[in-house]
Design a protein around this ligand. Sequence first.
Ligand SMILES: [Zn+2]
Length: 245
Amino acid sequence: MKADPAVQRRLLDLAEVDAELSRADHRRRTMPELAEITEAEKAVQTRRDAQVAIQTQLDDLDREVARQEKEIDAVRAREERDRGLMAGGTIGAKQLTDLEHELATLERRQGVLEDDLLELMERREAVEMDGKHAGVELAKAEEKLADAVRRRDENLTDIGTTEARRAADRAKVLAGMPEDLLAVYERRRKQKGIGAALLRARRCGACRIELDRREISRIKETPADEVLECEECGAILVRTAESGL
Ligand SMILES: [Zn+2]
């Protein structure tokens, strides 16, 4: 294939633009913020689960406290009733003894219930502290996630700007480029990632392999408007004064 040497040199501009576009694409897919976000999302979920578990514990304890308080109230009511009867003076000696006995039992029972209630309240307080701690941890994890998301979005904006600029550059370089040359370039780029490269100091700019003497002398004899390809990597080899020919 033949192409004007000046047109061939424009392939180098195109390759440079394409390299920048692939770097932008690579950065979009591999920026560290992506892994950070995945990790941070996991951490937030774990903290949220912990908070839900603590809230469930608190709800259970609240129910237990309410039940305990209700029982204590019932015992107290019974005690008051007994005391009332005893103070009324209308009961016999046998019943009085029974009531005294019952009252003593009720007071013991009340003591036990009150101790249990105190213990429940202490447990509730401890769980509440856990809840506060979990809330702080969750807030920290959410902040970390938000920070990573913000940095990712900044990167995406940055990448988008680069891409828009390079796309405009690309359109300029492509204007008037021969179709057949471009087709070869695109094919090579798809296959190897690099479509065209400068032959610099006898080395292919795409695969960096130094061409041997036989190949160099063959290239020297090839007319300047003949399009060359690297024997090693297939990239279009563009010759300039830097080629070392
Ligand atoms: Zn090569």
